[in-house]
Design a binder for this molecule. Structure first.
Ligand SMILES: C[S@@+](CC[C@H](N)C(=O)[O-])C[C@H]1O[C@@H](n2cnc3c(N)ncnc32)[C@H](O)[C@@H]1O
Ligand code: SF4
Length: 401
């Protein structure tokens, strides 16, 4: 690796020129929903009246133009439309954005292009047109197939609508489908969590995301917690039981909450978790870009509120902040992501993505191995089962002093 020397300088900062550009993804935030769910702290806003789809696509393209100099000449490997509820956007607007984006950026052949979809917004004709626009993966926000649970979560759809929406998408030719489910829901029992998975498996998705419901600050649920949320032991039992059911059904866990059939892992999310690069376009979107010439990692985020964003996109005023990640902070950032992965990381990848020598983390690795949180196999470092249960403690070892 360029710049490696045998001096006795401190390890951090010794490897000038060693930071290599990882694969690049594009995240596009579409901020509106039919109704705000009481547990949700995403940057999502109840859309009232006619939504400004056309103006928002113009803003997205202007925003992209403004960020392009950060990624000149690089290829985009994945695109993810997240929200909010991207499926509120009629397909012609997704098409116009993708056409504009591919005129500005080189897309890898067969790039994964995902659209988050709320089953309450599904229409058959739309799915065919999303496919024609280039979307090749759908991620459905199902949450549960129990109608009581769906009501308590304030969802706009019932279980029959959710099943019908997934089948419509499959009939329209989508074979790469993810279902988001949540567990540890108000008044949910272990048997109910199991039934949710069984109904998910019947739809044969390629991927299942299985999230524990969390009470996020500044949400309705945090202010007035609903009755009957399982306690820690109950939630842990549910997670263990569901993990086993997912494995038996052929969905291998590869991240804390992500399970996939062989070859169907989400390439976009994997790029985040491997400390890859991504442009973040849209209201409140976050990006992370390795700047080769400057030998630094830049985090950039956009203003959150759609109205302000619409007015400012394409100018510096839309940028909520820029943060250059100094070398001392990179091990913590890296572990925060990589230790979510069942397969961990290689020490060579750590060096390429942080620009630091592996010796920068020797002491922390030794401490984590001694605790039984990590295990090392040659160059590869993996979290143990115990380590995955205490991810926050493991990652805290890598905080800068
Ligand atoms: C941005 S939403 C995606 C799709 C769409 N907006 C919808 O809800 O149908 C991403 C996913 O995060 C999960 N999620 C949101 N809030 C959560 C919370 N408080 N705890 C756990 N998971 C949550 C849900 O499973 C949700 O589908
Ligand atoms: S539909 Fe999805 S993004 Fe919108 S409020 Fe509900 S969980 Fe959040």
């Amino acid at each position: 690796m360029a710049g490696r020397t045998a001096t006795h300088e401190p390890p951090i900062g010794r490897f000038e020129g060693a930071l290599l550009c990882p694969p690049l993804s594009l995240y596009v935030h579409l901020p509106w929903c039919v109704r705000k769910c009481p547990y949700c702290d995403f940057n999502s806003h109840e859309g009232r009246g006619a939504l400004p789809f056309d103006a928002y696509v113009d803003a997205l393209l202007a925003d992209l133009d403004h960020d392009l100099p950060l990624v000149w000449g690089r290829t985009v490997h994945t695109v993810f439309f997240g929200g909010g509820t991207p499926s509120l956007f009629p397909p012609e607007f997704i098409d116009r954005f993708l056409q504009g984006a591919s005129a500005r950026l080189r897309f890898a052949p067969g790039a994964e292009i995902t659209l988050e979809t709320n089953p309450g917004t599904a229409e058959y004709g739309r799915f065919e047109l999303y496919r024609s626009a280039g979307v090749n993966r759908l991620s459905f926000g199902i949450q549960s197939f129990d109608d009581g649970c769906l009501q308590r979560l304030g969802r706009i759809h019932d279980s029959a609508e959710a099943e019908a929406a997934v089948k419509l998408a499959q009939d329209a030719g989508f074979d790469n489908v993810n279902l988001d489910l949540m567990y540890a829901l108000p008044q949910q029992t272990l048997a109910m969590a199991q039934r949710d998975l069984e109904r998910a498996f019947a739809l044969q998705p390629a991927h299942v995301s299985h999230y524990q419901l969390t009470l996020e600050p500044n949400t309705v649920f945090a202010a007035r917690p609903p009755q009957g949320i399982p306690d820690d032991d109950g939630s842990w039992d549910m997670q263990e039981h569901c993990q086993a059911l997912l494995a038996d059904a052929g969905y291998a866990q590869y991240e804390v909450s992500a399970y996939a059939r062989p070859g169907r892992q989400c390439a976009h999310n994997l790029n985040y978790w491997r400390y890859g690069d991504y442009l973040g376009i849209g209201a409140g979107a976050h990006g992370k870009i390795t700047l080769g010439a400057e030998q630094t990692v830049l985090r950039r985020w956009k203003n959150k509120h759609p109205t302000a964003y619409l007015a400012q996109a394409g100018s510096a005023a839309a940028i909520g902040g820029d943060d250059r990640i100094e070398p001392a902070r990179r091990p913590f950032e890296y572990m925060l992501n990589l230790l979510r992965l069942v397969d961990g990381f290689g020490l060579g990848e750590f060096e390429a993505r942080t620009g630091l020598d592996r010796s920068a983390i020797t002491a922390q690795l030794q401490a984590a191995i001694a605790q039984g949180w990590l295990e090392r196999d040659g160059d590869r470092v993996r979290p143990t089962e115990l380590g995955r249960r205490f991810t926050n403690d493991v990652v805290a070892l890598f905080l800068p002093e």
